[in-house]
Design a binder for this molecule. Structure first.
Ligand SMILES: Nc1nc2c(c(=O)[nH]1)N[C@@H](CN(C=O)c1ccc(C(=O)N[C@@H](CCC(=O)O)C(=O)O)cc1)CN2
Length: 300
């Protein structure tokens, strides 16, 4: 068997096109422009690339984009001041603080200072609680992107056995909540899980989000299962030339693709959906702030 490749890059382009159409309607019918503010603290090279892409794609879908780039040694008080001003700005509907933050800043405190209605990352404790209790919330972008791809591929997920490998607050836990919300039977596996290969082998859906390069081999995958690889691991690739690198996921792609029914590649799978869902969340936040109906298919 050779798995169907779930093309996250193409799917993300479709989501962004849908967001752009809805943004156009907001402008003509309600004279509204959704605004997204991204805050970056420090010089992390990967974060700089992601923030640049976020700004570019925000503008491309017709939204207002604001960037705050702060020095590595920015104090917590100064960062909280920036967030306070964005919370109070009526032209800003979404606020995102790029992670990771420099070590001296308290991530929980910083995220907790964002207005939950503008928390387009869905990381604020209020949104975590709303999602956990099955209520309307802002949903973290990466798990939302995974859910959209799974729904698109399967239609209904009801009754399917799903394993989420990884228990992070950003991906693993919200992913499990979303799958539960779609009536899957969900297992969260992690580094201490006994007989991990057997647990994974039972699953119709495998979401790998552990951050360990190629940890999940093909012989852990049930034939025909759908594999969603959230990992983005950069490895040295001397075979490509000196100093060159290559990206791999948490799943060993070749061996898993030989067994799975469908699989997301790395790159070009889950990653592009993260930014597309950020734009979808900003649109949703703008609609909610203005008492307008939310566009269909862009939320959980
Ligand atoms: N506040 C947040 N911080 C971070 C998040 C987040 O959702 N909110 N997620 C990640 C980084 N991230 C977005 O911020 C992100 C990661 C990867 C991609 C992506 O498109 N990846 C490409 C490969 C890119 C490359 O070549 O390096 C792919 O997988 O095809 C987009 C966004 C951590 N921080």
């Amino acid at each position: 068997m050779s798995a169907q490749v779930i093309d996250g890059k193409a799917f993300a382009a479709k989501v962004r096109a849908q967001v752009a159409t809805e943004v156009g309607k907001l402008a003509t019918e309600h004279d509204l422009v959704p605004g997204l503010a991204v805050v970056l603290v420090g010089e992390d090279p990967a974060s700089q690339v992601y923030v640049r892409s976020k700004g570019k794609m925000t503008v491309e879908v017709g939204m207002k984009s604001v960037e705050h780039r702060l020095d590595d040694d920015t104090t917590e008080a100064a960062l909280l001041d920036v967030i306070k001003s964005l919370n109070e700005d009526p032209t800003i509907h979404g606020i995102l603080v790029q992670l990771p933050l420099p070590k001296h800043l308290n991530e929980d405190l910083v995220i907790g200072s964002i207005d939950p209605a503008k928390d387009v990352d869905g990381f604020h404790i209020s949104n975590v609680g709303l999602l956990g209790t099955g209520q309307k919330s802002m949903v973290p972008c990466t798990p939302l992107g995974c859910l959209m791809m799974l729904r698109d591929h399967h239609g209904s997920l009801s009754g399917m056995d799903a394993v989420v490998i990884g228990r992070s607050n950003i991906v693993g836990k919200p992913m499990a909540q979303l799958l539960l919300g779609d009536s899957c039977t969900v297992t969260i596996a992690h580094s201490r899980t006994k007989d991990l290969p057997d647990v994974v082998r039972r699953a119709d859906i495998v979401v790998a989000a552990v951050g360990r390069p190629e940890m999940v081999p093909g012989d852990w995958i049930k034939p025909g299962a759908t594999v969603i690889d959230v990992g983005i691991n950069r490895l040295d690739a001397p075979e490509k030339g000196e100093g060159k690198t290559r990206l791999v996921g948490d799943v060993h792609y070749e061996s898993a693709a030989a067994v799975a029914g469908a699989i997301t590649p790395v790159p070009g799978g889950v990653g592009p959906m993260t930014i597309a869902c950020l734009l979808a969340n900003t649109l949703t936040a703008c609609c909610r702030a203005n008492g307008l109906p939310e566009p269909e298919g862009l939320t959980a």
